[in-house]
Ligand binder design. Structure first.
Ligand code: HEC
Length: 148
């Protein structure tokens, strides 16, 4: 983790614009939007927990280990290392991958939609603290090239 210098308002606004989804209109499913409608009621895209845990930094993390979230025993014992493949399998059929999990979600059969959501959540990373809140950057490569 690397701290960003504090930015003047205009630069901060430019940074926010740089973070806007870059998918050309209609080219692909919008993962952020698919996430918001399917998962948003229970999962945030920042560090806050809702009914479900924050998914920031999910890639590479073991199941049941987001700090400060009260998981079911089965989710903690599942010991799944989350990556694009394990997330895809879980989202297709949560109850059969982690039987007895508290995630009451029936699963997402639509493969393209699942892939769009998985791409979106593996991109959720913590970047820098900003005014006591943590900024989440989902399009890091464009940001770094923009700043050079
Ligand atoms: C009805 C609420 C609800 C919905 C909708 C929901 N989840 Fe969950 N999710 C949970 C809960 C609660 C847990 C914790 C389960 C446990 O402890 O057994 C969880 C756990 C998870 C985990 C494991 C997290 C970890 O830290 O190990 C992932 C990944 C996940 N959800 C992804 C998703 C995605 C992606 C969607 C949308 C397609 C989604 N969930 C929809 C409530 C929900």
């Amino acid at each position: 983790m690397r701290a960003l210098p504090s930015l003047p308002a205009a630069a901060a606004a430019a940074l926010l614009l740089a973070l806007a989804p870059r998918t050309p209109a209609g080219a692909e499913l919008d993962g952020a939007q698919a996430f918001r409608s399917a998962c948003g009621p229970c999962h945030s895209n920042n560090l806050g927990h809702r009914i479900g845990p924050s998914l920031v930094g999910i890639e590479g993390r073991l199941s049941g280990t987001a700090p400060g979230f009260d998981y079911s025993e089965v989710m903690k014992k599942a010991a799944i290392r989350w990556d694009a493949a394990t997330l895809d399998r879980f989202l297709a059929a949560p109850a059969s991958v982690v039987a007895g999990s508290r995630m009451s979600y029936p699963g997402l059969k639509d493969e393209a939609r699942r892939r769009a959501i998985v791409d979106y959540i593996v991109g959720l990373r913590v970047d820098a603290p900003a005014r006591g809140r943590l900024a989440v950057i989902s399009a890091a490569p464009s940001v770094t090239s923009h700043e050079k």
